[in-house]
Design a protein around this ligand. Sequence first.
Ligand SMILES: Cc1cc2nc3c(=O)[nH]c(=O)nc-3n(C[C@H](O)[C@H](O)[C@H](O)COP(=O)(O)OP(=O)(O)OC[C@H]3O[C@@H](n4cnc5c(N)ncnc54)[C@H](O)[C@@H]3O)c2cc1C
Length: 376
Amino acid sequence: MKRKHAALDVVVVGGGVMGTACAWELARRGRRVVVLERSVPGAEASSAAAGILGAQLEAQTRGPLADLAKESLRLYPGWVRDLTRATDLDVGFRACGALEVTHTLAEARRVLKRTAWQKPTPRLLDRRALARREPALGPRIGAAIAFDGDARVDPRSLFRALHIAAAQSGVEFRSGAYVRRVTTENGRATGVTLDDGSLVTAADVIVAAGSWTTLVEGLGIAAGAVVPARGQIVELETPVPLLTSVIVGPRAYLVPRDDGRVLVGSTMEFVGYRREVTAGAVRDLLDAALELVPELALSGVKQTWSSFRPYTHDELPLIGATPTPHLWLASGHHRNGILLAPVTAAVVAALVLKKRPKVALEPFAPDRALSQRPAR
Ligand SMILES: Cc1cc2nc3c(=O)[nH]c(=O)nc-3n(C[C@H](O)[C@H](O)[C@H](O)COP(=O)(O)OP(=O)(O)OC[C@H]3O[C@@H](n4cnc5c(N)ncnc54)[C@H](O)[C@@H]3O)c2cc1C
C-alpha cells in the first residue's frame, strides 16, 4: 500500500556528512527538512575518514578543487564554532598544520617548487627544524614541507555534533529508509519513493548518497559516474601523544588525536563495495607508519576499518543543479568530503533558497555526469 507523507520543503537522500550538513544549513534557515538514511546517519564514509583538512596538501596544482577546498577551510572555524555552540561538543578541530615529509632535502625542495604559489607560503623544514617540530619522526625522514594553513578534525565527533545540531534545528532523520528513486511531475522533482513503496514529497530533493549515488534511480547519472574507492585505516593507541601535526609520508599518512590515538591511512582501491580490511594493507600501512615514527612499534592496535570514498573520474565533486528542476546533487567528494562539507552545505542551501552561491560551481556541475535526459 502506498502511503503519502505530509509535504516538506526539502528531502535529503543520505545521512552522511554531506546530507546532514545541507539539512542543518537549510533547517537553520527555517526550512522543514527530512533526511532519509537507509542505514543509520553517519554509518558510512563520514565516520571512516581520517579527518585531514588538507586544503594545501591536496592543492598540488592550481584549479577549481584547490579554490573550493581553500574556501571550505576558511569556513571551518565558524562552522565548528556554531556546532560547538549548539551542542557543547569538542569536534577535535585543531589548526595543527600538516607536514609532507620526504627522505631527502632534494625531494622536499621539489614539493616546495610545486606548491610555492600557495598561501600561506609552504615552508621547507630541514632535519633539525623538523626534529624540533615533531621529535618522534624517525631517522629515515630527512626533510618536510610545512603547510601551516591545514588542520585536522575528528570526523566521528564532528558527525555526532552535526547530527545533534541538525536535529535540534528541526531536521527529521529517518533511519532504515532506503530511497529507490526520485519522483517527478511535469518534469520537476517532487520527492522520492522508498523501497517499501511509500512516497515522501517535498518541494526540493537533494541527493547526497555518497558512493551509492548512481544507484538512486531517476537522477539520469551514468552508472560509473560515482564509484566506491575503498580506503583502509589502522588506528593505533599510544599512552601519551607522540605527534601534533598531520604527517603525510611517501607511503602513508598519520593523523594524531589529542588522546594519543594515531590513525594510519590509507589505501585507494577499486574493488566495488567489498568491505574487508586486508592483511596486506594492514602490513603495508604499519610498515610505512613505523618508518615515519619508529616509536609507534610499541603502540596498541586499537581497531581497523574500511569504507568507500565517492570517487568521480575527474576527481571533482558533483555539486548543484541537475537538469531536473528542484533536484540537486551533493556527491562525489572523494577523499575530501570532510574538508568540503561546510562549503558544499553553504552553496547547496543557497541554490535551494534561490540565492546566488558565493562559489563558482561550473567545474562541479552535475551535468557532466548525466547519461540521459532527466526522468519525466
Ligand atoms: C578511509 C577514508 C579516509 C578519508 N579521509 C578523509 C580525510 O582525511 N579528509 C576528508 O576531507 N575526507 C576524507 N575521506 C572522504 C570522506 O569521508 C568522504 O568524502 C565523505 O564522508 C563523503 O560524505 P557523504 O555524506 O557524501 O558520504 P557517506 O558518508 O558515505 O554518506 C552517504 C550516506 O548515504 C546513504 N545512502 C546511500 N544510498 C542511499 C539510499 N538509496 N537511500 C538512503 N540512504 C542512502 C548511505 O547509507 C550513507 O550513510 C575519507 C574517506 C575514507 C573512506
